[in-house]
Design a protein around this ligand. Structure first.
Ligand SMILES: CC(C)(COP(=O)(O)OP(=O)(O)OC[C@H]1O[C@@H](n2cnc3c(N)ncnc32)[C@H](O)[C@@H]1OP(=O)(O)O)[C@@H](O)C(=O)NCCC(=O)NCCS
Length: 169
């Protein structure tokens, strides 16, 4: 993240939100040093859920790589915590979408005991919001690019990029 991104994030997070079942969870950006907390969360997930993921988040090397991509600005992750334990996250990855740097991938995962209470939707909303705040402030890219002309809808500005990418719609 750039210093500006960090400043913006520090104004937004950490933040407490109430989910539909009445519990309060704390939202903040994932950062270096969260490796073990993310691993604990990953290890709490049922094997069937892990099967669907693109990467093995129970492997410490995967988490190391994840943190490196956060530091490089190609990934941004919002984690939800309760009692200092991670209960869910949403992540925006731009590195894996190699066919065009204007496309990112959102990944979301919510702990079994927290599902169906609006947390997943909330986390995805946070990711989009982070991109949109940045987009408004920069006021960049009013011109439709090739992706929009091809039918994609711009949803957010992806942090760490020199221009305004789009997510497929
Ligand atoms: C999928 C997941 C992230 C959703 O998080 P959540 O906190 O349970 O979801 P929310 O309570 O915020 O629900 C948001 C919306 O998604 C819908 N939804 C939730 N889980 C869903 C699923 N597996 N499939 C389709 N829709 C789903 C809800 O009905 C809700 O729709 P609504 O807004 O129209 O009412 C979470 O359940 C999870 O991590 N599941 C395990 C992995 C998984 O099933 N991944 C699916 C991708 S392959």
């Amino acid at each position: 993240m750039t210093n500006t991104d960090k400043l913006e994030a520090s104004l937004i997070y950490p933040r407490e939100v109430k989910i539909r079942d009445g519990r309060n969870v704390s939202l903040r950006l994932m950062e270096a040093g969260d490796n073990q907390r993310i691993l604990n969360f990953a290890n709490s997930l049922p094997p069937d859920d892990l099967l669907f993921l693109r990467t093995d988040i129970t492997d410490p090397r995967t988490i190391d790589e994840w943190v490196r991509s956060i530091e490089a600005g190609t990934t941004i992750t919002v984690v939800a915590e309760l009692d200092s334990g991670v209960v869910g996250y949403a992540s925006l990855h731009t590195e894996g979408a190699r066919w065009t740097r204007r496309v990112g991938e959102v990944r979301v995962q919510v702990g079994v005991d927290y599902r169906g209470a609006g947390l997943g939707k909330r986390l995805v909303g946070e990711i989009f919001r982070l991109g949109q705040v940045r987009d408004q402030e920069d006021g960049r890219d009013d011109d439709p690019g090739p992706e929009e002309r091809a039918g994609c809808i711009r949803r957010a500005w992806l942090p760490g990029r020199g221009d305004a990418p789009r997510l497929g719609g």
